[in-house]
Design a binder for this molecule. Structure first.
Ligand SMILES: Cc1cc2nc3c(=O)[nH]c(=O)nc-3n(C[C@H](O)[C@H](O)[C@H](O)COP(=O)(O)O)c2cc1C
Length: 190
């Protein structure tokens, strides 16, 4: 038997946690923790982020139309939570967390060295959806720390150890590897 909840939520779990870096036109930089992230298209590679208009980062994203999507590992949990509970209006979050800025190659925004994967994104679409503004970002460059790279430029996800978020339930890590894409199509051996 199922219980239909009194008030439906987004209900999708888990979602990846990201540290999004952004900048205003005067060069002030900021980092925001986001969980409402998504994959939108493969070609051109496009991701989405949903940001409340009240966030300090919101105006920066709207103004310069670029962001860095930095994917932290579990070792960065304390910094991730700190960044998601402090505003750049009051504190320089790079300074407060000790995270290291690295320059992006294509878009004018800093990336975070300590994150195994960094995406450089150019905002191609913005729209309002209820409480949040949705920014669609075309991924124009992807950086992967070489220690997390496998043959064929695949990412060693187990080693990259991403942080997952379950609304109302907190932070989690990846579980066990369950099999290859297309496993159902493989012929069984006689
Ligand atoms: C795990 C986690 C996930 C979050 N996800 C989002 C999100 O998807 N969208 C959003 O607008 N705020 C989100 N927040 C809240 C912002 O990170 C937080 O309000 C932050 O202080 C805003 O920073 P800023 O004012 O410097 O932009 C999240 C916070 C945490 C801790």
């Amino acid at each position: 038997m199922k219980t239909i909840l009194d008030r439906p939520t987004t209900g999708l779990y888990p979602v990846p946690v990201t540290l999004v870096t952004c900048k205003d036109s005067e060069g002030r930089e900021n980092i925001i923790t986001l969980a409402w992230n998504g994959v939108v298209a493969s070609k051109p590679p496009t991701v989405s982020i949903s940001v409340r208009p009240a966030r300090y980062s919101h105006a920066m994203l709207t103004e310069t139309k670029v962001f860095g999507m930095n994917i932290p590992n579990a070792a960065l949990l304390t910094q991730v939570d700190y960044i998601g509970n402090h505003s750049g209006r009051e504190v320089d979050k790079f300074q407060a967390t000790g995270l290291t800025r690295i320059a992006a190659g294509i878009v004018d925004v800093s990336l975070i060295e300590e994150c195994p994967v960094n995406l450089e994104c150019r905002i191609v679409e913005t729209f309002e959806q209820g409480s949040h503004t949705v920014f669609l970002g075309e991924v124009v460059a992807q950086h992967v720390s070489s220690e997390y790279l496998l043959a064929g430029q695949n990412i060693d996800y187990k080693k990259a150890d991403p942080l997952l978020y379950c609304s109302g339930g907190g932070y989690f890590s990846l579980g066990e590897y369950r099999g290859d894409y297309g496993l159902s199509l493989k012929k069984k051996k006689d």
